[in-house]
Design a protein. Structure first.
Lengths: 314, 426
């Protein structure tokens, strides 16, 4: 029997051959490990989105039923009070949540940027709310904001018997309670991004401004914040996406609110699809929400492409 | 040539023997049943567990997966299992949903079992009809609840100096005002959608069962635009003012201790409140119950019934389990035990409710049901998915729950929204 010991030349050649095959096999295995999950998950998303869009044009109710009905589901969904209240709420909640979170995050970042002593500890503390799931946030805030159990009762027990803070059970104010809970959770995230941005500004720029006599307020307003404005855009888009697709926060905090006053588009979809067993209308609501997300993301995509082209030209 | 027994052949042979299907077992299959329902907690959970124990005492294997929440959550799980091709052997289902769902998955024809037990004559005709959408029995009714039941706290009545239960809505409003003046919460608050819906239907049933039938069951536009529906909306606004808005965000069970202590005067809901009160530790002396106010004529009966539907399943043990379950459910002793725990009245009309364990409230309910059937004053509950399929019910309850929680909406506008919701959902 031939062995490497008896035929050294043949053994060396066999070794090289083995190395080539091993490399080729390793390369194929790596490719498989990367491409297979990627194709599977991307295909999964694309295929099911396409199927949902198709179902939204059919007469499906309890089970999928592929009779084509055109835009009937869309008209039916947009005419319900549920849907109209939900989109008004989305504007209020989305706008309030994004603006307040960015403002609070920026304030915290600027304050932490002052090289305070407990910076690491403080940064961790501000980031803790992000580690909690939205369901827990919603549940705990629903207890805090409940007039019979939470803040109102505590302050009344302390002596201020006329104190009222029952926004949670008032139809016109309940949507603002969602903003509180959302800002509490998201401000840490915004702070972390802004702080990283502030720290990444070129030190020469700061020194030049100091030499020119800029005080801290002017330094921030004229030099640092304008330099990190791409981060503003990033935070804005991420928070807006989070506001549009927020489901578990609303569900845990108000479950649609007193009556239907804090409905959001995600709850409308869930309601139609799973509570009312109307798959066609639920799918139509889902496609409409996808459209609203595209309205947000498409400008951002165009902006990123414009940035890249600008850099390429420079 | 002889085949010698080698070790390899021995191993291969035993592997093959182990891999063979167990044919001998299937003959004497132990009856097994898989079930889903919404009854996970409280007196309902206790009752279904007792039923399961009864099933196991008779030699079956009981596998019940309750889905906590309202009926719609249970129906979601049911649909998921049906679409996966693995429906449970039985599931809770009620009203028009039985007909709707029987079209999407095959069911078991239990007419022979019903015939043997002579069950068809023992349950009310309407209930029986809802369980036979295709002309043969595919579901069995278990219990019946009267939704328009008024529970009064004994201590609460003393505190507000109210001596007798109100019999018309005007009297009800007087009693509630007295309770409010005494510093109590007059009416218990469910805080969730079905409860807001059921308060409206109780108001309408108390004003006119005929208009209820035409408006909520047949969705007649003229009936929906009638002055009786407007009066029901006005009464609903009064209910909203008698409820405590703070409890809206908490689970329903927080009402019970306050009710027993006398801080809350009245609860207006179905008979299951009795079961929940007993489970929470109350006694018969703590409350009284009777029909909700009826403005004219004898009290009507707002019906909510629970049935079990039988799905076609694979496996001889599941078939045997379904047979055993059907027999157990149709027996009067089972229904008696079940109703004693939940506070309902049995679906069988021949169960003797004079037996101890039943309350006067249940006996009154059963009597009202008998009279109402005779005088055609039985209406089906809207909020509990008996009168309409899910899509229409949900659209109407959207309007009702918004109206209850937003005091800026006047009654006339609420009525207009209801008409629009029905038109949009049809």
């Amino acid at each position: 029997m031939r062995t490497a010991a008896t035929h050294p030349a043949a053994g060396k050649a066999a070794g090289i051959e083995q190395g080539v095959w091993r490399r080729r096999f390793g390369g194929a295995l790596t490719g498989l490990a990367i491409w297979l999950p990627l194709v599977a998950s991307a295909g999964h998303v694309v295929v099911f989105t396409a199927w949902t869009t198709w179902v939204s044009f059919t007469a499906s109710s309890l089970m999928p039923d592929y009779t084509w009905v055109g835009l009937r589901n869309y008209f039916a969904v947009t005419r319900t009070a549920n849907f109209q209240i939900a989109y008004v709420n989305l504007v209020i909640f989305g706008g309030g949540f994004v603006l307040l979170t960015m403002a609070l995050g920026l304030l915290l970042a600027v304050l932490l940027d002052q090289r305070v002593r407990g910076e690491n500890v403080l940064r961790t503390i501000f980031l803790y709310p992000l580690a909690v799931s939205f369901v827990v946030t919603g549940t705990v805030w629903s207890w805090l904001l409940n007039p019979g159990l939470g803040i109102q009762k505590v302050v009344q027990n302390l002596g201020w018997t006329d104190f009222r803070f029952d926004w949670l059970v008032q139809s016109d104010k309940a949507i603002y309670t969602l903003i509180f809970a959302g800002v509490w959770q998201g401000a840490g995230f915004a702070m972390a991004l802004f702080l990283a941005g502030l720290r990444s500004v070129d030190a020469d720029l700061v020194k030049a401004a100091q030499i020119d006599g800029a005080g801290p307020w002017r330094m921030y307003r004229r030099v640092l914040l304008p330099t990190i404005w791409p981060i503003f855009i990033t935070v804005f888009v991420i928070l807006l996406r989070s506001a549009i697709t927020s489901f578990d926060l609303v569900r845990a905090l108000t479950a649609g609110g007193p009556g239907i006053s804090t409905m959001l588009p995600t709850l409308v979809i869930y309601d139609f699809m799973f509570q009312r067993s109307e798959l066609g209308r639920g799918s139509a609501a889902a496609v409409l929400m996808l459209m609203s997300l595209v309205v947000v993301m498409a400008p951002y995509g165009l902006y990123v492409r414009w940035q890249r082209q600008k850099q390429a030209r420079v | 040539m002889t085949i010698s027994l080698t070790r390899r052949r021995l191993l291969a042979g035993s592997a093959a023997a182990l891999a063979m299907p167990r044919l001998a077992r299937a003959q004497g299959a132990k009856p097994r049943i898989t079930a889903i329902s919404q009854w996970s907690a409280g007196s309902d959970g206790a009752a279904i567990s007792a039923l399961g124990k009864l099933f196991e005492d008779r030699g079956g294997v009981w596998q019940h997966n309750p889905v906590p929440g309202f009926t719609t959550d249970m129906m979601n799980k049911l649909r998921a299992q049906i679409m996966a091709g693995d429906p449970p052997a039985i599931s809770q289902l009620k009203g028009p949903e039985i007909a709707a769902w029987s079209k999407i998955a095959p069911t078991v024809d239990i007419s022979p079992l019903v015939k043997t037990a002579g069950y068809a004559d023992k349950v009310s005709a309407e209930l029986g009809k809802s369980c036979q959408p295709g002309g043969h029995w595919i579901a069995l009714p278990l219990q019946v609840y009267r939704l328009n039941t008024l529970f009064l706290s004994t201590k609460g009545m003393e505190r507000a100096k109210v001596s007798k239960a109100p019999t018309t809505w005007a009297e009800f409003n007087d009693v509630a005002d007295k309770m409010k003046a005494a510093g109590m919460i007059p009416l218990a608050n469910g805080g969730n959608r079905p409860d807001d819906g059921q308060k409206f239907e109780i108001a309408l049933a108390g004003i006119s069962p005929e208009i209820y039938r035409r408006a909520l069951m047949q969705l007649d536009t003229d009936a929906l635009n009638s002055k009786e529906v407007l009066a029901a909306f006005e009464q609903l606004r009064k209910f909203a003012n008698y409820m405590n808005p703070n409890i809206a965000a908490q689970p329903w069970a927080v009402n019970l201790p306050a009710f027993v202590k006398g801080d809350m005067g009245m609860v207006m809901t179905g008979g299951w409140a009795q079961g929940n009160l007993f489970k929470a530790g109350a006694t018969v002396a703590d409350f009284s119950s009777g029909p909700a106010p009826q403005d004219s004529g004898p009290p009507c009966f707002d019906l909510n019934a629970d049935c079990f539907i039988f799905w076609k399943s694979k496996g001889a043990d599941l078939d045997a389990g379904q047979k055993l379950f059907a027999e157990i459910v149709m027996e009067p002793s089972t229904q008696e035990m079940y109703s004693k725990i939940t506070g309902s009245i049995p679906a069988r009309t021949d169960v003797n409710l004079a037996a101890p364990g039943f309350t006067d409230g249940q006996r009154n309910s059963a009597q009202v049901l008998r009279d109402a059937i005779a005088k055609d004053r039985v209406v089906l509950s809207l909020a509990h998915n008996m009168a309409q399929p899910n899509g229409i019910t949900a659209a109407m309850i959207d309007v009702l729950t918004e109206y209850v929680h937003n005091s800026a909406i006047p009654a006339a506008e609420g009525q207009k929204k209801l008409v629009a919701a029905v038109a949009g959902a049809k």
